[in-house]
Ligand binder design. Structure first.
Ligand code: FAD
Ligand code: UDP
Length: 379
């Protein structure tokens, strides 16, 4: 008898498996895929190069708790991410910074002057609501069109004016020369890769792993106490309120017979091609190899669900599913798909640790009240 059936072996499921197992709970963690680590899964390809199967995963966080927690399972390699955008025939830094403007327009502005430049082209808004508002109100329409409009339409299949402000607000605007994609206090990659880190998290005698299996195949066969569900929330409830839109991607991996392909880890293509960006993995991993592996990301409406789509009508649908989820007492919904949140890895880890603390506190108070641990019943 398992205390918990955990559906999904990504960050959400694996963190909870590890925490609960360390408290003595018996865990069955299950995934439809043939591997652990969810979307963070990495592996050595046929050329022997470490690649991320589901696109580039760069770890960054401001949370000391999250970083210290994951440090129990991996050593780290310091890595600060840099991205260039291919615009008007040049490769320029994104997030837009002082160098971006100077290079694009052949200018020699100072930080102070570029601030004045942004102020002169920005379109002030009383209320920032959409992903268009965020950018246009900071850097004006021309830069918005060069860097954001078409990339966003390609990535999401809708115009930035129809997407919540939180989407493009992920990418800041700078007036200095800082060309890092992130400014978090912790920026590092697991030294031996994500999958190795997950293997370490899940290597506990109380954790059994079952791969290539949908939880619906086993829930009536294998007894368990409670469920932790990290798959798409609408699917769990058989799409009772309709489908929640998730955006998908197709990844085209390639290995090239040259040591280096592009000048930085990621090049974004806002205006050209059907793909959004090209990632060269050796920058992320620091691996040395005489060949190099890259991945192209082609946005898709259908396919594996990768991104919740933040916009008001979807938030309304999710609200209905959340009410159902809250009323389903023996199932805990955690992670990017189950809570329909555009979360980075560290946010999912933080969310999972919070849920764990709630479960552990509940279990402790039950113990104190009843003199025995919470009884778990088979469903
Ligand atoms: P997932 O990793 O999706 O895990 C859920 C698991 O549940 C999956 O393995 C799935 O197979 C399984 N599952 C679903 N349904 C069932 C079922 N019925 N039965 C059994 N198993 C099931 N974050 C960052 O911090 N930095 C980045 O650079 C970054 N880059 C990203 C790039 C891309 C292209 C994508 C798509 C995401 C990126 N992320 C990044 C986000 C990151 O992938 C997520 O935050 C994180 O992986 C979410 O973890 P999770 O456990 O919630 O979900
Ligand atoms: N974005 C853009 N142009 C860029 C980079 C980002 O328009 O060059 C927008 C786009 O809508 C994208 C969002 O900003 O989906 C968030 O970008 P991020 O790089 O954080 O996306 P992720 O890595 O999550 O796919």
């Amino acid at each position: 008898m398992f205390d918990y059936l955990i559906v999904g072996a990504g960050f959400a499921g694996s963190v909870l498996a590890e925490r609960l197992a360390s408290d003595g709970k018996k865990i069955l963690i299950i995934d439809t895929r043939s591997h652990i680590a969810g979307n963070a899964y990495d592996h050595y390809n046929e050329a022997g190069i470490l690649v991320h199967k589901y696109g580039p995963h760069i770890f960054h966080t401001n949370s000391r708790d999250v970083f210290e927690y994951l440090s129990n399972f991996t050593e780290w390699r310091s890595y600060e991410h840099r991205v260039l955008a291919s615009v008007d025939g040049q490769l320029v830094p994104i997030p837009i910074n002082l160098d971006t403007v100077n290079k694009l327009y052949g200018l020699k502005l100072t930080s102070f002057q570029v601030e004045e430049f942004f102020a002169s082209v920005a379109e002030p808004k009383d209320y920032i609501r959409t992903s268009e508002d965020v950018v246009v109100s900071k850097v004006g329409r021309e830069l918005y069109e060069k860097f954001f409009r078409n990339y966003t339409r390609k990535q999401w299949g809708i115009d930035p004016a129809e997407l919540d402000k939180s989407v493009t607000a992920r990418v800041p605007t700078r007036t200095n020369r800082d060309d890092r994609y992130f400014t978090d206090s912790y920026q590092a990659m697991p030294l031996h890769g994500y999958t190795r880190m997950f293997e370490s998290m899940l290597s506990h005698p109380n954790i059994k792993i079952m791969l290539n299996t949908d939880y619906r195949e086993i829930i009536n066969v294998i007894p368990y106490g409670e469920m932790i569900y990290t798959g798409p929330v609408d699917q769990f409830f058989d799409y009772r309120y309709g489908k929640l839109p998730y955006r998908s991607l197709e990844f085209k991996h390639e290995t090239i017979n040259t040591p280096l392909y592009q000048p930085v880890a990621v090049v974004n293509y806002p205006n050209d091609h059907l793909y959004t960006r090209v990632t060269e993995f050796k920058y992320l991993t620091g691996q040395e190899h005489n060949k190099t592996s890259i991945v192209y990301e082609y946005p898709r409406a259908e396919g594996d669900p990768y991104y919740p789509v933040p916009r008001p009508e979807n938030a309304e649908i999710y609200k209905q599913y959340k009410a159902l989820a809250d009323a389903t007492k023996d199932v805990h919904f955690v992670g990017r798909l189950a809570t329909y949140k555009y979360y980075n890895m560290d946010q999912v880890v933080a969310q999972a640790l919070t849920i764990y603390n709630k479960l552990a506190t509940r279990s402790k108070s039950n113990y104190e009240e009843n003199g025995h641990a919470l009884a778990v019943t088979a469903t």
